[in-house]
Ligand binder design. Sequence first.
Ligand code: TYD
Ligand code: MG
Length: 468
Amino acid sequence: MAKSDLVFVCQNCGAVHSKWSGRCDACGAWNTLAEESAKPSAPGSALGAPSGKKGKGLVFSDLAFAGAAPDRFSTGIGELDRVLGGGLVPASAVLVGGDPGVGKSTLLLQAAAGLAMSGVATAYVTGEEAEAQIQDRARRLGLAQAPVSLAAGADLRQILESLRALKPQAVVIDSIQTLWADGLDAAPGTVAQVRAVAHELARFAKKADCAVILVGHVTKEGQIAGPRVVEHLVDAVIYFEGERGLPFRILRAVKNRFGPTDEIGVFEMTEAGLSETPNPSALFLSPSGERASGAAVFAGVEGSRPVLVEIQALVAPAAYGTARRAVVGWDTGRLAMILAVLETRCGLGFGGRDVYLSVAGGLRISEPAADLAVAAALISALTDEPLPKDCVAFGEVALSGDVRPVGRTDLRLKEAAKLGFGMAIAPSGAEGGGIKVRQTPRIGDLAAFLDPLGEARDAAASGSSGRR
Ligand code: TYD
Ligand code: MG
């Protein structure tokens, strides 16, 4: 290939560079540039035969849809159906992304079996494992009798030809990183391959009226093209998340052309595969009900469901010059903001101290409503004084120190009452749900409530650590 035909594509963000360099200018990732052919390829030409023929004119129609709304296929897994927006839409393309080992193959084998059992002709194509491995997993999961058509293969052209002959209504492809389209001069797993494969499969979904579920691995190193580069090609993108060593797995839609994106599905990885947790609200609380200093319960809402989750903070004297800020399950920038608000508006200084914040159970929280619970956990960690045992908190904290109201107040209060909590620290205006509400219009009110004698403030001023 002539030199000028080569470009260097970042395997992390997809940016194209004319020269190789160690670091991608666009996303800043190191060692992610890979050589690829720059020959312009017409859409769909990855499998050869660029179309030279003149296209037919478009046929325009109006927005009113003549037929009935498409029926959805049920996967037999309620949590997955809900995240999909009420089941799998026929002829749609869905990407399921997640870290290797999180349980994608397990979930989708269970889903394929569920689809097949409900009468949907379903196929499962694996490019990663041998057929025997899948059969063994199916046997262990008690799914061996499900009428799923199973095949192992990695050549996209061969897979598409076989699927056209088989005519399934749904197919699971595990995974896009292992498949290759033969018209391309790039290794499987590179951006060019992953994009071509996803493009062809998304087209196949529409043309052959077959729902396609694609598995995509996400790697933090960015060495293998992440599913991010194909997100725009598919109808729905779902991420499967979980902490190593913890049994909980969370399914989250980040894009869905056919439903909401704020629903989560909660699973537990067990001996017998993934089991659903339809009422997850108490899952992320410490089992004993005892709460140490630095722990606060956030009354959150994920999608349509309330979830109560423990937020833990630890404040320790900094061992080295610069204080550390480490966060698991929340946003680092947001923690910095809350620390700054506590310092400026309440005189609670965290400078010179390490601050650690962790959301229990491997859940990741993105709601701003968690601000007040985080602030409560931080104050409690600073004073070394546990919060009232039966207390939850929620509310958004503004830079001014105001505590802003958040949505779904009623749902949060009711769930807290249902799980036996007696008090909620909440923004002004929050009431109801059969629970005592302590309204805190300003962050200073929270500090005054949790630290009435101002010991934390005095300790902050003197540079020592709380009551210790
Ligand atoms: P897998 O579905 O292969 O992950 P992925 O496809 O995302 O890479 O499953 C990963 C882990 O799940 C594996 O380490 C073993 C565990 N597992 C169970 O705990 N129970 C089970 O029933 C199965 C099938 C797997
Ligand atoms: Mg797998």
